[in-house]
Design a protein around this ligand. Structure first.
Ligand SMILES: [Zn+2]
Ligand SMILES: [Zn+2]
Length: 365
């Protein structure tokens, strides 16, 4: 239809600058970005159950004066259901969000980018990453993270050394009544002990443990990569659109009646009014890319140093020798937690991606 020319812009041309209060738009746009960021941080922090308990109790204290008691009870029941029981709410939410982002990409950006003669290789890259991501997403959801049972208890007890600080020998799980292997933890959401327990992830409705950390890392990597590629493609599309439309060469009359040269704020505003959904999408995937990228770096750091999130959290807090409020063992000399499981970078990565007991279990079958 356009044959390599620029996509059709609204017939009325450039929006009339005088009718758009500049500050209102910027405040709204920044508020949107801040809300997206806050929402993600809240959900990420909330998914760590021990943080959530503190947040809920403090939140309940504040809101107990404002919200009626029956509503409070309903809210607590919903929060308990969402974060303390196994349910597929976040798995469905994950798929809906991913579906919405990809629908917008396919319906608007893909077609417009083709008109601007973008390389098809770049345009198809987000789809390729989506397929790989969904495979690892499914694997993380359904793979046994390393559930400790009566049958495999002895096998797991031999895998890791007990450090006698964070993981003492001969401790039983009071719920499962099984001996606790070093680096294992009881997941209160799934009600089971998991070997090399990392955390319980609500987005995949499963624990992350010895046998599915590798799938989780690949899932996280492809999710970050798909968000980043989509952010780059959409941002390049908007930039190319501005360059082709010559809008940056125009002038406009400001509130005081002065002639002004088009600047970045005006351009962002212009794009927002012309392609609101695409600009919202760019904002969303850019924030998402940074958050996921940061979390991926943290997970890779843990994998490279052979730590789990559980150990990193406990090692940082429970055994901090400088903190007087933290309970210490009654020994005369307090023993500091030291990571005794590191086997060098490649050894550590090998342990995550080729867990020894998983191979053993497969041979047994
Ligand atoms: Zn247990
Ligand atoms: Zn769990």
């Amino acid at each position: 239809m356009f044959g390599g020319e620029m996509p059709e812009l609204p017939a009325e041309g450039y929006p009339d600058k005088r009718n758009i209060p500049r500050m209102d738009f910027l405040v709204l746009f920044l508020l949107y970005l801040a809300l997206v960021l806050l929402g993600f941080v809240m959900i990420c922090v909330g998914s760590k159950t021990h943080y959530l308990q503190g947040v809920t109790s403090r939140g309940a204290q504040i809101f107990s004066y404002i919200i009626p008691e029956c509503l409070q009870r309903v809210m607590l029941r919903v929060l308990h259901y969402l974060f303390h029981t196994r349910n597929n709410t976040f798995v469905i939410l994950h798929l809906i969000l991913q579906g919405m982002v990809y629908t917008e990409y396919t319906w608007e950006i893909f077609g417009l980018c083709q008109q601007l003669e973008f390389s098809l290789y770049y345009l198809f890259l987000p789809y390729l990453l989506l397929i790989v991501n969904l495979v690892f997403f499914a694997l993380t959801c359904v793979t046994n993270p390393g559930t400790i049972t009566k049958a495999n208890e002895l096998l797991f007890l031999q895998v890791y050394e007990f450090d006698e600080v964070m993981f003492p020998k001969n401790v039983r799980c009071p719920t499962c009544d099984l001996r606790k292997p070093a680096r294992s933890k009881h997941c209160s959401v799934c009600d089971r002990c998991v070997h090399r327990f990392d955390h319980h992830c609500v987005w995949v409705n499963n624990c992350i443990g010895a046998w599915n950390t590798r799938h989780f890392l690949c899932y996280l990597w492809t999710l970050t990569a798909s968000a980043a590629t989509m952010a780059v493609v959409s941002a390049v599309f908007l930039v190319r659109l501005v360059v082709m439309s010559d809008v940056y060469l125009q002038t406009y009359v400001d509130d005081l009646g002065h002639l002004q040269v088009v600047d970045t704020v005006f351009l962002v505003q212009y794009l927002f009014l012309t392609f609101p959904r695409i600009v919202f999408l760019v904002g969303f995937v850019v924030v998402l890319s940074f958050l996921l990228g940061g979390y991926l770096c943290f997970c890779l750091y843990l994998a490279a140093t052979n730590q789990t999130t559980n150990e990193w959290y406990k090692g940082d807090r429970a055994w901090c020798q400088q903190c007087p409020h933290v309970a210490r063992p009654p020994a005369a000399e307090p023993r500091a937690y030291r990571n005794i499981h590191s086997r060098g970078l490649w050894g550590n990565l090998r342990e995550v991606f080729l867990p020894a007991t998983a191979r053993y279990e497969r041979k047994k079958k």
